[in-house]
Design a protein around this ligand. Structure first.
Ligand SMILES: [Zn+2]
Length: 495
């Protein structure tokens, strides 16, 4: 007798042949999919402890979000209109005012949001930059996320900028100021990998992450101004590569125009290649030559639906065979947790960039949040499609509702019309973690209460009330005032 049999669903397999089964069934035993086929065949073949009737539902592989940020759930939504204060505020809280409990609670909240939007796997950067100075924090994040039932990748590594970095951390009940060197961060990254990589029944992974691609070239650079690699660029990339090689992990980095070409000058250590996932932050300034470098090196890419600078390289990358994932880029300051909404934004960008409605169609878009996203994480052997032998990560979407009726063209319905809240039941690793929109492993109401209380306490403690009431009524464009007293106070408040 097997554990679970899903029957009578409209099953979008995302397998090699992209089979869509009108009256499909999925047989699950323990953590894996045994078989995907017609209901008529599978009901005769298997007896299951639990039979799930999916009539009127679309059965999909769990969605995969390749780029979001831990921390933004608890704090990132303050200062949404005072954008100039946003980055100093979140950085300051992550670097000087956060402990294990903060990261655990933030991750629990993140898992609640993502699972309820059909996302079974999410790649979180630990903070705004991928921090590694205090391994306890990454452990809090992974513990919290996996406890709710999600599959988690956490990105930690060497944070670039001026060395040593200053952090304030809670140690033995006291907040202690720390100066952290490259060596400390490399050692911290290794410890994070030892504690969290392939733990939680294999649901957690660590990806060595180094933001930004190069150490001394921050911001949205003019490609022509980038002439040569610095010694620090080479050193940081080399250290990142060494750690990933030692522990067999993927590498993640992000980039702006000009950096891909510059990085490729150091052939041995460039953060490019089949084991590397590069984020085109806001898709800015990537040249056709750089698209060629990404294609030639087999580098994977993720894009966010946040705009583009002069030209969008997405369709060009897809035409050259680059594997690209669509992501939310966190849940703040104005980003969303709904991956379906994120991919729709990307479609809008492509259509606008090319002034042509025919770009980025539904089939490709769905690939970019399922099977292609799994490839981007180097995890396609286990997740990203509904196939025999793969992990049973399944998202079941109700298409009875008015906005999805009539029930035809399931792939287009999912991509163009469905929202995250249409997912009713979610299975991760063969376990039902949400049923009829109720999370099964945790007390969701208690997590929300605790997150609310923690958030309000931090607002009070650090005097951030003003940033919560910052609605800029009637303004067409925000004028950024870096001299705003609250901005400079936050930037200098080190615990
Ligand atoms: Zn990001």
């Amino acid at each position: 007798m097997i554990d679970l049999l899903l029957i009578h669903g409209m099953v979008i397999t995302m397998d090699e042949h992209r089979r869509v089964l009108q009256d499909g069934a999925v047989a699950v035993d323990k953590t894996r999919i045994l078989e995907v086929g017609e209901t008529e065949t599978l009901v005769k073949k298997y007896e299951a402890k639990r039979l799930l009737d999916c009539k009127g539902n679309i059965v999909l592989p769990g969605l995969i979000n390749c780029h979001t940020h831990a921390g933004h759930n608890l704090m990132g939504k303050v200062s949404t209109d005072s954008l100039g204060c946003w980055w100093p505020m979140v950085s300051n809280i992550y670097e000087h005012h956060s402990d294990y409990e903060f990261w655990k609670l933030d991750a629990q909240l993140s898992a609640c949001k993502f699972l309820k939007a059909g996302v079974t796997t999410a790649f979180h950067i630990l903070g705004g930059n991928p921090m590694s100075d205090e391994p306890e924090l990454a452990r809090g994040h992974v513990d919290g996320y996996c406890e709710v039932g999600g599959r988690d990748v956490v990105g930690c590594g060497i944070v670039v900028g001026e060395f040593p970095h200053r952090y304030t951390r809670l140690q033995n009940g006291k907040w202690i100021k720390k100066l952290v060197t490259i060596d400390d961060m490399a050692a911290g990254t290794e410890e994070i990998i030892r504690q969290n990589h392939k733990k939680h029944e294999g649901r957690s992974r660590v990806c060595v992450t180094q933001f930004l691609q190069l150490a001394e070239h921050g911001g949205c650079s003019d490609p022509l101004s980038l002439a040569r690699l610095t010694a620090l660029d080479r050193e940081v990339c080399k250290r990142t590569r060494e750690i990933a090689r030692k522990y067999h992990t993927m590498i993640n980095t992000d980039t702006y125009g000009g950096w891909v070409k510059l990085a490729s000058m150091d052939e041995e250590n460039a953060l490019l290649g089949e084991d590397v996932l590069v984020g085109l932050e806001h898709q800015m300034g990537i040249t056709p030559e750089e698209v060629g470098i990404l294609a030639r090196t087999g580098t994977k890419v993720y894009c966010t639906g946040e705009g583009f600078y002069k030209r969008s390289p997405l369709s060009e990358m897809l035409q050259k065979g680059i594997t690209v994932a669509a992501t939310t880029n966190g849940c703040a300051p104005r980003n969303m947790v709904d991956l379906l909404e994120a991919v729709r934004k990307l479609i809008f960008i492509e259509v606008t960039a090319h002034d042509d409605y025919h770009y980025l169609q539904a089939g490709k878009a769905l690939e970019m949040i399922t099977i292609d996203a799994a490839k981007c994480l180097g995890w396609e052997d286990e997740i990203g499609s509904l196939e025999a032998g793969k992990k049973a990560d399944i998202a079941i979407l109700d298409w009875h509702d008015a906005h999805l009726t009539p029930q035809t063209t399931p792939v287009q319905k999912v991509i163009y019309f469905a929202v995250g809240a249409d997912f009713q039941t979610v299975i991760v690793d063969g376990k039902i973690v949400m049923e009829e929109r109720k999370l099964t492993l945790v007390d969701e109401a208690a997590i929300l209460r605790e997150a609310e209380a923690y958030h309000k306490e931090l607002i009070q403690k650090y005097g951030l009330q003003e940033l919560c009431n910052d609605v800029t009524w009637g303004k067409i464009r925000i004028e950024f005032d870096p001299g705003h007293p609250i901005c400079s106070r936050i930037a200098n408040q080190e615990g």
